[in-house]
Design a protein around this ligand. Structure first.
Ligand code: G1P
Length: 288
């Protein structure tokens, strides 16, 4: 089966790094310019042809469900005022195609993905981590990966180079042969100790996986940080199924950190059609 219809969005994280902003507002709803982070993730999935969006949520995440629902009063008021509804584009998901499941305990990314197992069933699926804002040059990251999936099938992870000293923060690829944007994955390690990483190719939170990973997650023992790691179960698929890294053509903003989040806001605002020129001029004057 070489089409991907379903995507999982793990959005149960507490977002403690952004307190107090995230006390009552899910971190995935923090805006970059004028769109919440999770909207960028859903737009990326829609562009890649995904039909069913599965959000793995938790307590205090109800606002995400409202965000992707119909807002009758708002739409009505905007229409009555003769205002265009473009600003709400991508927020009204097709009935039945936005599914919310809860991760009841913070047991790690692997456990969050496993919570979607019955909705995924027996088909390949995508995973998008909304904290990682990836802006593709010509097309979005997941669309770039789907194009490769149509050629090689199996399992695909996005692969990005980071400075060696940052490798302990991420899932890291042990790379084999490279062919264009595809790199063979020979091994995967989650958060390697400094100086032990097999490469500087990190996983920036985009995956296309075969459903067999769900069975592995069901019995996956806790790994790095005492959490059930997706990386550890993916590693068990290597050698049994094709597994490739896809080099991403575009920019990455780590919106799980305040610095990355500020950079994303600044960079995207600078490109905004309505305010970009003025903001750039203001920033130049500010910085002397
Ligand atoms: C998770 C994954 C890791 C990946 C990272 C990307 O880690 O476990 O493999 O590289 O996201 O941001 P976390 O940031 O949740 O610790």
């Amino acid at each position: 089966e070489l089409t991907i219809r379903k995507a999982v969005f793990p959005v149960a994280g507490l977002g403690t790094r952004f307190l107090p902003a995230t006390k009552a507002v899910p971190k995935e709803l923090l805006p970059v310019v004028d769109r919440p982070l999770v909207q960028y993730a859903v737009d990326e999935a829609l562009e890649a042809g995904i039909e069913t969006m599965i959000f793995v949520t938790g307590r205090n995440k109800g606002a995400i469900e409202d965000h992707f629902d119909v807002a009758y009063e708002l739409e009505r008021i905007q229409a009555d005022r003769g205002k265009p509804l473009d600003a709400l584009k991508g927020t009204r998901l097709t009935p039945g195609n936005a599914i919310f499941v809860r991760q009841q305990e913070p047991r790690g990314l692997g456990h969050a993905v496993w919570c979607a197992r019955d909705i995924i069933g027996d088909e390949p699926f995508a995973i998008i981590l909304p904290d990682e804002l990836l802006i593709g040059r010509e097309k979005g990251c997941l669309a770039q990966m789907v194009a490769q999936y149509e050629k090689v099938g199996g399992n695909l992870v996005c692969a990005l180079e980071v400075p060696m000293e940052e490798t302990p923060s991420y899932g890291i690829i042990d790379p084999g042969a490279r062919d264009g944007v595809l790199t063979e994955v020979k091994g995967l390690v989650e958060k390697p100790k400094l100086g032990t990483a097999p490469s500087n190719l990190m996983l920036p939170g985009r995956y296309i996986l075969q459903p067999e990973v769900m069975g592995l997650l069901a019995t996956q023992e806790a790994g790095a940080g005492g959490e059930v790691q997706l990386t550890d179960s993916m590693a068990k698929l290597i050698g049994k199924q094709p597994f490739h890294g896809v080099t991403f053509d575009g920019e990455r903003f780590d919106c799980g950190s305040k610095l990355g989040f500020a950079q994303a806001n600044f960079a995207l605002a600078c490109r905004d059609a309505a305010m970009g020129a003025e903001l750039r001029g203001w920033a130049k004057a500010l910085l002397g």
